[in-house]
Ligand binder design. Structure first.
Ligand code: GMT
Length: 378
């Protein structure tokens, strides 16, 4: 198949999922075209089967806002025609499904029909999309897609509850290339990060308010009072400054390592004993899955799709968002006994096997095939 993928090319989970999906599809013999405004961060290797087409928005002083959706629609039209792309898989209802619908309509005028598969990732539904301002556009974009997927049952339920959806939504969870995490699982040199007796706690996110990174600091502060520990913080975002200020205020700056944006997540995770994800909401929690694949137990909130990934009492523990005391208690319970910690580590890795990309990517392929067949009949 010739597949066009539209995503946000940034460090966010949706961009990672879209990129890994495209790369795996290309390995499975499909021709994949990424169409976006920057080369996706995890798209390191361009091969015969993987292409990247940049969407540029010509600056024009008359426009207060430059029309990205318009530029994307035009680029999609051109790329579908030029490369005979058979199906478009767009990640995020707005603006991607919205722009793809416009492209589809333009292409119909030239006798070309390209179906659209839309994947909902969360922020487009739970945070931005449900704002009354965007609701009509999100509802329209979902209902006009030829197939719709959501990354968890919880996100599907939220979508059905918040919008007037006429389409069926398939749940296709986030996935992981387990091999990438397996090597680091064994080759880890944690001595370069911490002393032997120190426990390593990790948090990875884009440090937006929804991630509740201040809770990460509070939980870590409580942990390091009870045992020697280091905190590794990976990611950049609007809360970085206030987090640094809080660490300074608590006198723990020397125990916190800020990595900033990193492409070496698997290496960092291999040093870790515990992963913290106290988010206010999370449609899936890809970062938690990446941790689990590295054999790192997860202390998380119980919101959104997280309970579908992190199994309470098995791969880690779940608490109400904001309940720092309970999260601290659970963290200390896991960390305070070496045998118990090892059991949780093994369980975490075992639970992550359910999300092997070799099992999940074929689900997308089946959806593409069904959609193409359905559209042919119509
Ligand atoms: O969580 C983020 O800040 C990034 C965001 C995105 O849109 O890229 O991630 C969302 O999509 C990921 C991939 O499906 C999910 O694993 C994340 O849980 C989801 N984030 C939220 O729902 C807040």
């Amino acid at each position: 198949m010739k597949i066009g993928i539209v995503c946000y090319p940034t460090f966010g989970g949706s961009g990672v999922v879209a990129t890994e999906l495209g790369l795996e599809l290309s390995k499975r013999g499909h021709e994949v075209h990424f169409i976006t405004y920057n080369q996706p961060v995890r798209l390191e290797l361009l091969s015969n089967n993987v292409h990247y087409h940049e969407v540029t928005v010509p600056e024009y002083p008359l426009f207060h806002y430059q029309p990205y959706e318009l530029a994307l629609s035009s680029k999609l039209v051109d790329m579908v025609k030029l490369h005979r792309i058979e199906i478009l898989h767009v990640h995020y209802a707005i603006p991607h499904a919205y722009a793809a619908y416009m492209a589809k309509k333009i292409l119909i005028e030239s006798g070309v029909y390209v179906p659209i598969v839309t994947t909902l990732h969360g922020t487009d539904i739970t945070l931005v999309g449900s704002h009354p301002f965007y609701k009509p556009a999100v509802t329209f974009s979902i209902n006009k897609s030829d197939a719709v997927t959501a990354v968890s049952q919880s996100l599907k339920d939220d979508t059905m509850r918040l919008f007037d959806i006429k389409n069926d939504i398939n749940v296709v969870p986030n996935f992981i290339d387990l091999d990438k995490y397996k090597s680091s699982y064994t080759d880890c040199q944690r001595a370069i990060m911490a002393d032997d007796d120190e426990k390593i706690i990790t948090h990875i996110s884009n440090l937006r308010p929804v991630k509740r990174a201040q809770d990460v600091i509070s939980i870590f502060y409580n942990i390091q009072k009870e045992m020697p520990a280091k905190l590794m913080l990976v990611g950049e975002g609007p809360d970085r400054e206030s987090i640094e200020a809080r660490c300074l205020e608590l006198g723990i700056m020397d125990k916190v390592i800020f990595f900033g944006k990193s492409n070496e997540i698997n290496k960092i995770l291999c040093f870790s004993d515990l992963f913290l994800l106290p988010s206010k909401t999370e449609s899936f929690g890809l970062a938690a899955l990446e941790a689990m694949a590295s054999g790192v137990p997860v202390i998380s909130s119980n919101t959104g799709g997280i309970p579908e990934v992190n199994v309470h009492g098995v791969s880690g523990y779940l608490s109400n968002a904001g309940d720092v005391e309970d999260m601290t208690k659970n963290a200390l319970y896991i960390l305070s006994d070496e045998k118990r910690l090892q059991t949780f580590k093994d369980n975490a890795r075992k639970e992550s096997l359910k999300y092997d990309l070799h099992m999940i990517v074929p689900k997308y392929e089946a959806i593409y095939e069904d959609t193409l067949t359905k559209c042919l009949v119509l």
